[in-house]
Design a protein around this ligand. Structure first.
Ligand code: ATP
Length: 235
């Protein structure tokens, strides 16, 4: 995605964000509250009409396409706050994620997701609202995997989780990438996300201000401190 621009009426929320995702790799998008991370992800996923920029998936232009078409082209969004359907069972939540995939593929996809997250198999008949926060995040990953995406966009998967659960969720993100999926993950938890990231994009006030390998962001902490504050990394 290059030079994305998105406005809410007179508010220019995103004024030049660029990022990419690579097969089997985790790219983390870091930035303070209000930097424009969520707006950028939602625009590329087809939920906001952009004002400018380009985005392509495997060489095909996708910017401005509606969300269901973006999903069919191989990219799915794990939204901020998980957006699980609490009264529905775990398995019903997963089936909803398959809405854009051929019906015959659902059972195989569900089995693959249960193999990846065995806790979801144990809880398959349980209302999703009874799961812990970390389990709900795994369900949100699983739901997005039902369409067998090549690219997954993840919006703050660590939000609101206890520190031990954050580590488990980040390990799951790494494991999903290791299956060959390209991951683009927005995070505010720089420490935890840099542990598992391959590349980093830093967004500030609606613009990409730095991008490079995660090793460089870990070593050159000034980059992260400049946008997230001095306490963003433990050391
Ligand atoms: P956070 O980490 O808090 O989610 P973010 O980096 O994801 O922050 P966005 O949520 O994309 O940032 O917000 C970018 C800017 O757009 C902010 O100035 C925000 O106030 C503004 N904004 C977001 N949603 C709307 C909306 N629906 N209407 C008007 N302005 C909005």
């Amino acid at each position: 995605m290059k030079d994305l621009q998105v406005s809410y009426g007179p508010v220019n929320a995103v004024q030049g964000v660029s990022f990419g995702a690579e097969k089997g790799k985790v790219t983390v998008v870091l930035g303070a509250n209000g930097a424009g991370k969520t707006t950028s992800l939602r625009a590329v996923a087809g939920f906001h009409k952009p004002r400018g920029g380009t985005a392509s998936l495997d060489g095909k232009s996708i910017l401005g396409a509606p969300a269901h078409r973006v999903v069919r082209q191989g990219m799915s969004l794990v939204p901020e706050g998980r957006k699980i359907f609490f009264p529905l069972t775990v398995e019903e939540n997963l089936r909803i994620g398959g809405y854009a995939a051929p019906r015959g593929s659902h059972d195989t996809a569900i089995d693959g997701i249960y193999d990846q997250f065995p806790i979801l198999r144990d809880r398959r008949e349980m209302p999703a609202g009874l799961l812990s926060g970390g389990e709900q995040q795994m369900l949100a990953f699983g739901r997005a995997m039902m369409s067998q995406p090549r690219v997954m966009l993840m919006d703050e998967p660590s939000m609101g989780l206890a520190p031990t659960m954050v580590d488990r969720v980040m390990s799951s993100v790494r494991a999903i990438a290791d299956t060959g999926i390209a991951i683009l993950m927005v995070e505010q938890n720089a420490d935890a996300s840099l542990e598992i990231a391959d590349s980093v994009v830093v967004v500030n006030r609606g613009r990409t201000v730095w991008s490079g390998p995660a090793t460089e962001a870990r070593e050159n902490t000034a980059i992260v401190h400049a946008v997230l504050g001095e306490t963003a990394l433990d050391g």
